[in-house]
Design a protein around this ligand. Structure first.
Ligand code: N01
Length: 538
């Protein structure tokens, strides 16, 4: 808002300008709604605005990590199969220009609190920019990774060098050249920082708690001719997304990994491994996520391939242990490029926090129970209060006076991941109990995004003043999510999928584990049944 003291009124306010929020803005405007998008960051792009640490890179190939609108992909060329954050930012600038988004976006505006007026059926949203937005509907698109998780380690404030969480990295950048760099955490963010640091730092020390079962990224550079050829395939790839478990252009193999010979399984794994990216994970036998025996065959294949990359046998056991730390693939595998190779050089050290637990941060660096390590720069790559954190950090007050944070402190409740009781006229995109973290982000933005748009059009058509999830319906959806998860191996790891990476957060499946097509079918059945499970008021 140009004048922060003023109240502004819209039919719909969207919170968050990542893939989901941008899609909502573009499509809701197309449907003729009076809509405004509010974003905390200084630019659009969601995580690609915040995650500007060296090496930040997408883990989904560019072919499907983009909007499927022809007007957009037809005139855009990708330079790499897995683009870096700078290219993703350029892409969002391009989308902004093409779709003329900025005129309806308020940047540098974080929504801090919201209350519902029962007499007018309107939300009042307060922001840190000082203004108030009044709006009939709110569409929350805060993403799965907008609230960084910083562990409560003693002494963080005392460090004399540069210390940053990867998702709150200084936008001005930090040069690693000749510096001693410590990296805490070995998920996708941690290994990307470590890989980049290893190229120029005097030394990089990586603190690993749980070995991550990395897959080879299979990065490739794309020429203009490659892009021309890619465009030929895009319509088919986009179409395929809605038919696959994870909204990808690859899918799980329908037969059991036990119903094939050892030779056939080995050949399949070899093919998937060579294809790079998530093929070995999301293109594998469907029962790697539910059958421990099949899962172990995937782990053993991974182990063989990974061990071949590491020369030191002691290090090999730390990075790729003989016994799996958890079933294969129930934590999101990160895609590595030269991560294992960095430890074959003198300027990189791996510290196992299982062997020497983290004690504190000191003025000079990191102290474990066994040793002290001095650094110029420390990167906390410790992940996110994922999926729910971005939503619960807004002080959203329900009609019963209970905040969303309080409501979900004893477990998430939503109907179809789209709405939660006592929070009328709030719809959620890319949130809990929806495909979200199991789904390619842009696919979710479009497929689940269309569910939200359809609902809002229905409400307008029927002239309803209010929509709210039914309490029984959300118990039933919660039970479906938890029952589906109980039939899988996912609960066997302390992952962000399970909310188990943040101490004190309830350990429960946060995603809908039935896959995108089943989710869309559930929505379709609900809509065809008069939106059963949602209560509408005129
Ligand atoms: O976070 P993570 P991330 N002491 O939660 C460790 C997406 N993403 O930012 O495994 C010491 O995966 C923790 O250890 P453990 C992608 O979807 C994508 O890397 O809990 N260590 C773990 O090693 C990804 O899945 C891209 O034992 C502590 C690490 O910190 C998701 O974001 C790039 C600790 C956290 O790993 C999250 O990735 C970046 C503590 N107290 C992110 N607490 C790409 O597209 C936590 N850890 C490639």
């Amino acid at each position: 808002m140009s004048d922060a003291s003023k109240e502004k009124e819209f039919e719909i306010v969207i919170v968050g300008a990542g893939f989901s929020g941008v899609y909502q803005l573009y499509r809701l405007r197309e449907e003729g709604f009076n809509v405004r998008l509010v974003e905390a960051g200084a630019g659009i792009g969601g995580i690609w605005h915040w995650n500007c640490y060296p090496g930040a890179r997408v883990d989904t190939h560019c072919q499907i990590y983009q909007f499927s609108k022809k007007e957009l992909w037809n005139n855009w060329s990708w330079s790499e199969r897995f683009p870096g954050w700078e290219e993703m930012r350029r892409y969002f600038d391009y989308v902004d220009e093409k779709l003329d988004l900025s005129k309806d976006v308020d940047l540098n505006t974080r929504v801090t609190g919201a209350e519902f007026n029962e007499s007018t059926n309107e939300w009042s949203l307060k922001t840190d920019a000082g203004g108030v937005y009044r709006s009939k509907f709110v569409v929350l698109c805060t993403g799965f990774a907008s609230k960084p998780y910083m562990p409560d380690v003693q002494g963080i404030d005392t460090f004399k060098g540069e210390l940053h969480h990867t998702a709150a990295w200084p936008q001005t950048g930090i040069d690693f050249t000749g510096k001693r760099v410590g990296v805490i955490g070995t998920g996708a963010s941690g290994i990307q920082v470590a890989q980049e640091a290893s190229k120029v730092a005097s030394h990089v020390t990586v603190f690993q708690r749980t070995p991550n079962l990395y897959l080879p990224m299979g990065q490739a550079s794309y020429s203009e001719a490659d892009n021309v050829a890619m465009k030929e395939e895009l319509p088919a790839r986009f179409k395929k997304r809605g038919e696959t478990f994870g909204g990808f252009d690859m899918d799980l193999i329908a037969v059991s990994g036990l119903d094939v010979s050892d030779e056939e399984r080995e050949e399949t794994y070899e093919r998937l491994w060579e294809a790079g990216g998530f093929n070995f994970w999301l293109g594998s036998y469907h029962d790697i996520f539910s059958n421990e025996t099949v899962n172990r065959t995937a782990y053993d294949f991974w182990l063989k391939k990974t061990r071949a990359r590491i020369t030191d046998p002691v290090l090999a056991e730390k990075l790729a242990p003989t016994e799996p730390p958890h079933p294969y693939g129930v934590k999101r595998p990160s895609l590595e490029q030269w991560y294992f190779d960095i430890f074959n050089h003198d300027n990189a050290t791996l510290v196992s926090l299982k062997e020497e637990p983290l004690k504190k941060i000191t003025e000079a660096g990191v102290e474990t129970q066994e040793a002290s390590y001095d650094f110029d720069i420390i990167a906390f790559a410790t992940g996110f209060d994922a999926v729910t954190g971005g939503l619960t950090s807004i002080n959203l007050t329900g009609t019963n006076g209970v905040s969303l944070k309080e409501k979900w402190a004893i477990g998430v409740r939503t109907h179809l991941g789209l709405a939660t009781a006592s929070f009328p006229n709030v719809l959620i995109g890319y949130g809990p109990q929806a495909p979200t973290g199991f789904c390619n982000g842009p696919s979710s933005a479009e497929y689940q995004g269309e569910c939200i748009i359809e609902m809002l059009c229905h409400i307008r058509e029927k002239d309803y003043a209010r929509v709210e999830a039914d309490k029984d319906a959300e118990e039933s959806w919660r039970n479906q999510v938890l029952e589906l998860a109980a039939g899988t191996l996912f609960p066997k790891a302390d992952s962000w999928y399970m909310g188990a990476n943040v101490p004190g957060k309830p350990k429960e499946m946060l995603m809908y584990p039935g896959g995108l097509p089943a989710y869309l079918e559930a929505f379709r059945n609900c809509a065809n049944d008069g939106y059963q499970g949602f209560n509408f008021t005129k």
